[in-house]
Design a protein around this ligand. Structure first.
Ligand SMILES: Nc1ncnc2c1ncn2[C@@H]1O[C@H](COP(=O)(O)OP(=O)(O)OP(=O)(O)O)[C@@H](O)[C@H]1O
Ligand SMILES: [Mg+2]
Length: 275
């Protein structure tokens, strides 16, 4: 897999992001440092991996990058320009979509799939109402689902189908980037492979930039040209995926790699399947 060079500024950038939460416990309060001085940039069409143990701040960082959470300090830039006011954030949230870990809770249980897919268009006042159903059907097809799925409810779909619906929903506004937060970790291994190959297909077809968050280093190696390793809120190591994995510099990265039971064999398998 070739490493795409970054040209000019990224589509989405974070600069010096710090996030502290004030947590109350047994009457006293303390500051919890969730993200500390993190910078990252994603070029158009680039796939960047973000890896790190549970609680290291991956989701918090993503939420800040799409404006769901406010940074304590630091800056988010879209297309090289700082994102400041409401209009800026609204434009960013149209172009950068977040795909959730749990495909079930991400969908409203009482809303039919067709309506859930049309909703982003309605919210942003795009696409005349009469044309939305056709657009929904095309999108379902793009993610490998039958158009009839639009009449179903989320609980009438399998986990893999639900995650396809989530991808479809994220793509309805024709974004330039997706942030995929552990999108396959709740799925069976065989279904994971199907969803990942769909993701790669869509990424190539649509030229999407991706931040791909995962605990699974094999998946990161398979998908990402560049990887950032996060530990206790900080980026401790980053670089081209193969360089980082073949020659980890930080003790935490080494520990992560060593924690894969059959690291070399598993990766050899992925490379074989990928060749
Ligand atoms: N709203 C909040 N209030 C207080 N603390 C929070 C809040 N959101 C996150 N945290 C804390 O911030 C830290 C980072 O959490 P975050 O969810 O970003 O980690 P993560 O890397 O996404 O973990 P996981 O891999 O389990 O999803 C954790 O210690 C978490 O408990
Ligand atoms: Mg998370």
């Amino acid at each position: 897999m070739s490493v795409r060079k970054q040209e000019g500024h990224g589509v989405l950038e974070a600069r010096g992001i710090i996030k502290t939460f004030t947590v109350r416990r047994e009457g006293s309060t303390r500051e919890l440092r969730a993200v500390y001085d993190v910078s990252l940039s994603v070029a158009p069409g680039e796939i960047v991996g973000l890896v790190g143990e549970s609680g290291c701040g991956k989701t918090t960082l993503s939420r800040i990058m799409i404006g769901i959470e406010e940074a304590s300090s630091g800056q988010v830039l879209y297309d090289g320009r700082p994102v400041v006011g409401r209009a800026d954030w609204r434009a960013l949230r149209r172009s950068v979509q977040y795909v959730f870990q749990d495909p079930f809770t991400a969908l409203c249980p009482t809303m039919r799939i067709g309506q859930a897919l049309a909703e982003p268009l309605a919210i942003h006042g795009l696409c005349p109402a009469a044309e939305r159903a056709a657009r929904v059907a095309r999108m379902l097809e793009l993610v490998g689902l039958h158009p009839d799925v639009s009449r179903r409810l989320p609980n009438q779909l399998s986990g893999g189908q639900r995650q396809r619906v989530n991808l479809a929903r994220a793509l309805m506004l024709e974004p330039r980037m997706l942030i995929c937060d552990e999108i396959v970790s709740g799925l069976d291994v065989s279904v994971q492979a199907q969803v990942l190959s769909l993701l790669i297909e869509l990424q190539e077809k649509l030229g999407l930039g991706l931040i791909f968050i995962s605990h699974d280093l094999r998946v990161i190696r398979y998908l990402c040209s560049r990887v950032l390793v996060m530990y206790l809120g900080e980026i401790v190591e980053q670089g081209p995926t193969e360089a980082v994995f073949d020659n980890p510099g930080h003790a935490y990265t080494k520990a992560l790699l060593a924690a894969i039971p059959d690291h070399s064999r598993a990766l050899a398998g992925v490379e074989h399947a990928n060749s």
